[in-house]
Design a protein around this ligand. Structure first.
Ligand code: ASP
Length: 340
């Protein structure tokens, strides 16, 4: 009987510890970046080799471009913008081109960026024609006394600072359009690439938001996140990605974080700031802080993941879904991309 109990206990412990997966490390060098392209049911059997290669190549190119700029001495916050721009321009992800559709048949995008050096930050939400929402977020950060701008008026403002607009047709991909059509038929709320609804979450879901965290040569860190949100989301719904402290946070004194998953849970758990606060007030190391915040997210019922880096180059890429598009690159020339 005792043996049976011990085995059951072992199985329970094993199941719990398997639920959260992570890659972590100490880069121990003077500059580095980490990226994500969303989390979810990303399993090898769902990919053709060609599709897998396409994701790997796109993530690799974004990392290479970022590390090259860091080598030249570019600031963390500029590299965040540059790398996310590149991912927004790819139709593979739910950000910029390829964003999912809201229930009004429009692609409404959200983004945010934060500089850990001085806690300056900027966000945009509900933009429909901005080619690179992350650049609009940077304009809000640098050119206004505000943190958060919304909708059409925000677009008109950003154009004055050289932000490019595109017609609705530019953002459309057959993937996101089909998802929207499926969701309309079922009157459902879908997550990027997926078949189910937010109310009946299961492991078939995955999220295609993009994010980047960077440590530069000067020792500063920064973070950014960009998304089209959730398919068939209510017109006007704003997720965690543009909410500073929920989907994005950066502070040189702790860490830089970018999240992905069902935004409502990340807002309730203020996940990005939570990780940072565990370090600031709880004196936790980055990995331990991430683990505690992941536990909190799980208690809320949230699924997804996050990437984070601190000023010493420690990084973590943590998720409680089957996979997360992710990668890192550093000044030693190491570059890694993982999906599963
Ligand atoms: N976090 C995003 C949102 O809720 C979705 C995602 O990460 O894919 O808007």
């Amino acid at each position: 009987m005792l043996k049976v109990k011990i085995s059951i206990l072992f199985i329970v412990i094993a199941t719990i510890s398997c639920a959260v997966k992570k890659d972590k490390g100490s880069l121990n060098n003077n500059y580095a970046l980490v990226i994500h392209g969303g989390a979810g049911n990303i399993v090898k059997k769902n990919f053709t080799q060609a599709k897998e290669n396409e994701y790997r190549t796109t993530l690799n190119e974004a990392l290479s471009k970022g590390i090259e700029k860091l080598k030249q001495g570019e600031s963390a916050v500029k590299v965040v913008e540059l790398v996310i721009k590149q991912l927004e321009n790819s139709p593979l992800f739910n950000a910029g081109k390829g964003s999912v559709y809201s229930n009004n048949g429009k692609q409404m995008m959200d983004a945010s960026i934060m500089d850990g050096k001085d806690l300056s930050c900027g966000s945009v939400a509900g933009v429909t024609n901005i080619k690179n929402p992350i650049s609009a977020a940077r304009v809000v950060k640098d050119e206004t006394p505000h943190v958060f701008l919304y909708g059409e008026e925000c677009q008109d403002f950003c154009v004055k600072y050289g932000i490019e607009l595109e017609d609705a047709s530019y953002f459309k991909t057959s993937r996101s359009w089909k998802q929207y059509q499926r969701a309309l038929k079922k009157d459902n709320l879908l997550l990027d690439h997926d078949q189910g609804s937010i109310n009946e979450y299961n492991e078939s879901k995955k999220y295609g938001t993009v994010g980047c965290v960077v440590l530069d040569k000067q020792g500063n860190i920064a973070a950014g996140t960009s998304t089209g949100g959730l398919t068939n989301k209510k017109h006007g719904r704003i997720g965690d990605s543009p909410v500073i402290g929920a989907g994005t946070y950066a502070d040189n004194a702790s860490c830089a974080v970018s999240c992905t998953g069902v935004g409502e849970f990340f807002i309730r758990g203020t996940v990005a700031r939570d990780i940072s606060a565990q370090m600031e007030f709880g004196k936790k190391k980055l990995d331990e802080a991430g683990k505690l915040s992941m536990e909190k997210l799980e208690k809320l019922g949230g699924k997804g993941g996050f990437i984070a880096i601190d000023k010493n180059g420690n990084y973590t890429m943590m998720y409680n879904t089957k996979g997360m598009y992710r990668g890192y690159a550093n000044s030693k020339g190491e570059i890694t991309v993982s999906l599963f």
